[in-house]
Design a protein around this ligand. Structure first.
Ligand SMILES: Cc1cc2nc3c(=O)[nH]c(=O)nc-3n(C[C@H](O)[C@H](O)[C@H](O)COP(=O)(O)O)c2cc1C
Length: 201
């Protein structure tokens, strides 16, 4: 049976969407670990017994991933972590990028790449998406379009979840992707698509 939405839920959602804004100035205060996990879960967490998630994905392929550069997160050692959407937890990936290294890949001197408590990197397995959807378009590039649209859905969920956690955040795409991938030590099959800087403000 379809689950019906209450008028209260409707009003909350509409209000949150109307209040969503980018925040680029952060305080030094740490963010709560559980708040961060809830935000990540909103962006990629598994929400159904069939493996489906809170964001849509073409053919339910789920080619996206989330890597977190944690700088100032309560009870989380500064480092880079991969979010596991099945287990809803963070697995250590590598040391945190050296201070200044994210700013060095910015195309616009986006200081918030350094001053935010955490940076969530939306990554994608472009090769598997391209392969999966290669027959859908003459140039074989349909999969890349799907990845980018899916990343947009993730980004909006990140904005809204950040808002309900009383944190601020901003999506950043003006970066040198290849240089960023090198800085982060991402798994070979995953490339960065976008970054989301978040923190207290
Ligand atoms: C695809 C995309 C790329 C963006 N890239 C950047 C960026 O590189 N740096 C930045 O500070 N903001 C970036 N933004 C945030 C926009 O600047 C912001 O959404 C816009 O100014 C509207 O403001 P609002 O988010 O407060 O409504 C990006 C937003 C989108 C959707």
């Amino acid at each position: 049976m379809a689950v019906t939405t209450t008028a209260e839920e409707r009003d909350v959602l509409y209000s949150l969407i109307s209040r969503r804004r980018s925040v680029r100035q952060f305080s030094d205060a740490p963010i709560d670990q559980q708040a961060l996990i809830r935000i990540l879960n909103c962006a990629q967490g598994v929400t159904g017994s069939d493996g489906k998630r809170g964001v849509p994905s073409a053919h339910a392929l789920y080619p996206l991933g989330l890597v977190v550069v944690a700088r100032c997160v309560q009870d989380v050692a500064p480092a880079s972590y991969v979010f596991d959407p099945e287990r809803t937890c963070l697995d250590r990936l590598a040391s945190a990028p050296a201070a200044g290294s994210l700013l060095s890949v910015s195309l616009a001197d986006d200081l918030w790449l350094e001053t935010s408590a955490a940076v969530i990197v939306i990554t994608a397995d472009y090769a598997s998406a391209l392969q999966h959807f290669c027959d859908q378009q003459a140039d074989g590039l349909r999969g890349a379009r799907y990845v980018d649209v899916e990343a947009g859905a993730v980004a909006q969920n990140l904005y809204l979840a950040t808002l309900v956690e009383n944190l601020g955040g901003v999506l950043v795409m003006g970066v040198d992707d290849a240089a960023l991938a090198k800085q982060l030590g991402l798994p070979a099959e995953h490339q960065p698509v976008a970054l989301f800087c978040l923190g207290q403000y």
